[in-house]
Design a protein around this ligand. Structure first.
Ligand SMILES: [Zn+2]
Length: 447
């Protein structure tokens, strides 16, 4: 018998491995943050002992959900303005506030946002931090990740200019300052840091090429908003006499270490360009619907077997960080636009939210499925809630009829972060109350 840190026993386990293995009565042995063994309970119990045990009898165990795109600072701007196009929304809801952001606001916004994310089953999150009115605001977001115990990554945003205005808005930076701060973060936080030029129309040709060279030199992945609206192509045709994708391919930005966010206005030809370069995609359907940006062509992308992951986008254009809601809408939207309910399945969505999300982050060998040797990032789902009864098909129930009350336990890196629907790493009520007060004070700076 081998001693391990703890055992999760007698749950119905959906591993999301390549064979879609599931166990009707399964157990997981966890040691040093990793899954040591997973299998039928009667087998695991004969091989492993642990002082600490979690009885998952009657519950379901899934890999933790992975959110590949958000802007946590926007949590304090949630529910603030509606019915605006992207650029009107940017200019009225987002940009005027950014100069007033400080470390306290960013820190509490990140904590509050991650609390909501955890309750919806998210165990990993890639934050895209493009607001820099003060130095080191990225650091407080990483601090919030660590205090909560969520697996957090930070994409260091960069704008050389702001399309449509000459103002700086706490976003525009000198190239040297951006590169120096990214390098500082890279040395401090290692592979948790990404590069994030905000959009083609906020960058110069030299600036984007410099980011590409820097990424290659330091082996840092890049993520960027791409073809969220038609402006990317219009801008690139005017500036470079070609489409956005043709331009990005030419400068070497399209590759397997690039995560493109949105990709709404891309046709079949564009999809082949993405596939040819093995680009990963973050699909953000709720934000695309709220801003009226359009619907990502999921069917075309699936035909090309592109790696699709799921993002909520920032809470100011969602207005939530609820991954369960995002999963449902990610399934419904392609069915509506294609008039075809078979275009996407609950299983497809679950893979986007787990193993394909891990692949988008370059972490498919470490997280995204429940397999021996991988990190122990998982959720324990309580089906005995009105919305999820009677759970004939667990994946369909998870995607179509779940809400955060179903997420009983969240384990990240082998540590219990939430149990009995309560986060154990911080005092949730205290944080949310502080965040509420700070959010009120923050928006009053403008209104
Ligand atoms: Zn975004």
């Amino acid at each position: 018998m081998l001693d391990v840190d703890f055992l999760i026993e007698n749950g119905k386990i959906y591993t999301m491995d390549t064979n879609d293995t599931w166990y009707e009565t399964g157990s997981i042995a966890i040691n040093n943050g990793h899954i040591v063994a997973i299998g039928p309970s009667h087998v695991i119990k004969k091989q492993y002992i642990a002082k600490e045990k979690i009885n998952a009898d009657g519950k379901y165990i899934f890999p933790g959900l992975i959110n590949t795109h958000t802007h946590l600072f926007q949590t304090v701007l949630k529910g603030f303005a509606y019915d605006l196009h992207l650029h009107d929304w940017l200019n009225t809801v987002i940009r005027p506030y950014i100069p007033h952001l400080d470390a306290e606001v960013c820190y509490l916004a990140a904590l509050a946002g991650c609390i909501e994310a955890l309750h919806s089953g998210a165990t990993a999150i890639l934050d895209y931090m493009y607001a820099h009115p003060q130095p080191n605001l990225s650091d407080v977001i990483l601090q919030a990740f660590d205090e909560l115990g969520i697996r957090g990554f930070l994409a260091r945003g960069f704008s050389e200019k702001l399309y449509g205005t000459n103002k700086q808005m706490g976003m525009v930076e000198e190239r040297e300052d951006f590169l120096a701060d990214t390098l500082r973060l890279h040395f401090k936080y290692s592979n948790r840091i990404w590069l994030a030029p905000t959009a083609i129309w906020n960058m110069t040709d030299t600036g984007l090429r410099t980011v590409c060279d820097f990424a290659r030199e330091h082996q840092i992945p890049i993520t960027m908003h791409l073809n969220e609206t038609k402006l990317d192509d219009t801008f690139c045709r005017e500036q470079y006499n070609k489409t956005a994708l043709a331009y990005l391919e030419e400068i070497g930005l399209l590759n397997q270490y690039f995560l493109a966010v949105h990709c709404v206005h891309i046709d079949a030809r564009g999809a082949t360009t993405l596939k040819r370069n093995n680009v990963k995609i973050s699909y953000n359907p709720v934000s695309n619907m709220i801003l009226g940006s359009g619907a990502m062509p999921v069917a075309i992308f699936q035909k090309q077997q592109l790696n699709l992951s799921l993002g909520t986008d920032g809470a100011a254009s969602n207005d939530s960080l609820n991954m369960l809601e995002t999963m449902k809408i990610a399934a419904l939207l392609p069915k509506v636009i294609s008039h075809d309910p078979t275009v996407i399945s609950a299983r497809d969505i679950m893979r986007m939210a787990t193993i394909d999300g891990a692949r988008a982050l370059g972490l498919e060998k470490e997280i995204g499925s429940l397999e021996a040797g991988k990190k122990a990032d998982l959720i324990i789902y309580n089906p005995l809630k009105p919305q999820s009864f009677p759970m004939h098909d667990p994946l369909a129930t998870l995607v179509y009829t779940s809400n955060p009350t179903n997420i009983d336990t969240v384990i990240i890196d082998g540590k219990v972060v939430m149990t009995g629907n309560r986060i154990v790493t911080i005092d949730e009520e205290r944080v949310l109350e502080k965040a509420r007060i700070v959010a009120r004070r923050f928006v009053k700076k403008i209104y």
